[in-house]
Design a protein around this ligand. Structure first.
Ligand SMILES: Nc1nc2c(ncn2[C@@H]2O[C@H](COP(=O)(O)OP(=O)(O)OP(=O)(O)O)[C@@H](O)[C@H]2O)c(=O)[nH]1
Ligand SMILES: [Mg+2]
Length: 403
């Protein structure tokens, strides 16, 4: 019997052979659905076809307020980057960051003349996941240096599946690229991550899919769509043995988007393309890289633009810092409570401080906090009924009996 990997390869070959046009759209949709199902089989730990470690990642305890993973081919400089970042932005240098020019002036001449400074090369291939912690703007960020992945990682080659499984647990991914390697490497890494259900810099598809008991497939679209027609939708649904469902598109969705929604378990994650070793390219090349969306050029070895990188990581993590203000004292600006952008209501804040606290509240728990809000928790009697919310001079106050 053909293994899952062989089946995947057969389908990929067939897709490559099939010309893309209106007549083949539903057949391609069907093949894509089959592929998605096979890939899921590979991820399930019980799989026999794929071999390897199933969907298990490295066993590294989550710590801090956010987790950022470094993914890339071998020798692109992931470990060097982690070491430099944790060296400069460690817990001992709380909130310290420098504002340096991306390329120091004395290097500009070298880059202009195409005379590249030599960088000593020590190659220690990383074999497991190495965690590091940095403190940036009061938030503890866990960085994971992962072993280099090779092409075909998602299908079980090397430690790739373990690497990508761990990447799925992150809040942001840094795809580290080598500035002097072909630009195609970016696409190859993306394909590996996509094959594992990770969607980079993308919002979840804006379409509704509702299974029902009868009535057949009902497909409507509020906009003109160029990728999906009823035949393709039916072909994809039948592959999942779904014969009755309401599907509504609110944008020009593709077959892949529909499959993502049916499959579920996709992870939508911010991603920065860190182009390392820019000390090896010309200034003109650097200027082009600097303009590309989601790109951040650095030289880990020479510590160029590490502050620029962290600023970008901060922006992509989109964390919310809440300063607490003890009664009669100044707010504590050193040690904020860090919330994620999606979970930043008063309720989320209380949960982080103390679970029992929630029982005390009656109102205002759904109020969304903003980055750098100051929150004061006050005892009963201060502003009337227990559970009141008071926003006063930019300070959000909560009336609470016990705390
Ligand atoms: N010129 C230059 N070389 C660098 C830079 N950063 C790293 N290197 C060199 O690139 C080589 C590989 O670096 P590593 O940090 O070990 O690469 P890695 O991505 O961790 O490699 P694996 O663990 O095998 O995946 C080493 O020889 C580094 O000295 C840089 O900014 N510029
Ligand atoms: Mg390494």
């Amino acid at each position: 019997m053909a293994t899952v990997m062989q089946k995947i390869k057969d389908i990929e070959d067939e897709m490559a052979r099939t010309q893309k046009n209106k007549a083949t759209a539903h057949h391609l949709g069907l093949l894509k659905a089959k592929l998605a199902k096979l890939r899921r089989e590979l991820l399930e730990p019980s799989t026999k076809g794929g071999g390897g470690a199933g969907g298990q990642g490295f066993d590294v305890t989550k710590s801090g307020d956010a987790r950022v993973g470094l993914v890339g081919f071998p020798s692109v400089g992931k470990s060097t980057l982690l070491n430099k970042l944790t060296g400069t932005f460690s817990e001992f240098s709380v909130n310290y960051y420098i504002k340096a020019p991306m390329v120091p002036p004395h290097y500009l001449k070298c880059l202009q003349k195409r005379r590249f400074p030599k960088v000593a090369s020590y190659e220690f291939t990383t074999l497991t996941c190495i965690p590091g912690v940095i403190v940036y703007r009061g938030a503890k960020i866990q960085l994971l240096d992962l072993p280099g992945i090779i092409e075909g990682a998602k299908d079980g080659k090397g430690r790739g599946r373990q690497v990508i499984s761990t990447a799925r647990t992150c809040n942001c991914i840094l795809i580290v690229l080598d500035a002097i390697k072909p630009i195609t490497h970016k696409r190859l890494i993306e394909k590996e991550l996509e094959g594992f259900g990770i969607r980079l810099n993308k919002e979840p598809p804006n379409l509704t899919f509702r299974k029902k008991d009868k009535g057949g497939i009902n497909f409507t679209s509020t906009v003109a769509n160029t990728h999906l027609d009823l035949d393709t939708v039916k072909a994809i649904c039948s592959e999942y043995r779904i014969h009755n469902a309401d599907i509504t598109l609110r944008y020009d969705a593709s077959a892949d988007d529909l499959i993502d929604v049916i499959e579920g378990s996709r992870i939508y994650m911010p991603c920065i393309y860190v182009v390392n070793k820019i000390d090896q390219i010309t200034l003109e090349e650097l200027e082009i890289l600097d303009k590309l969306p989601h790109y951040c050029p650095v030289s880990a070895h020479l510590e160029w633009n590490l502050d620029g990188l962290l600023e970008k990581v901060w922006e992509y993590l989109d964390l919310t810092r809440i300063y607490t203000k003890p009664k009669g004292m100044n707010p504590d600006y050193e040690d904020p409570v860090i919330l994620s952008s999606k979970k930043r209501t008063v309720e989320d804040f209380c949960e982080r401080i103390h679970k029992d606290m929630l029982k005390q509240f009656k109102y205002a728990l759904e109020h969304e906090l903003e980055d750098e809000d100051v929150v004061q928790i006050i005892k009963k009697g201060f502003c009337g009924v227990s559970g009141d919310l008071l926003v006063h001079n930019g300070v959000v106050c909560y009336n609470l009996e016990k705390f």
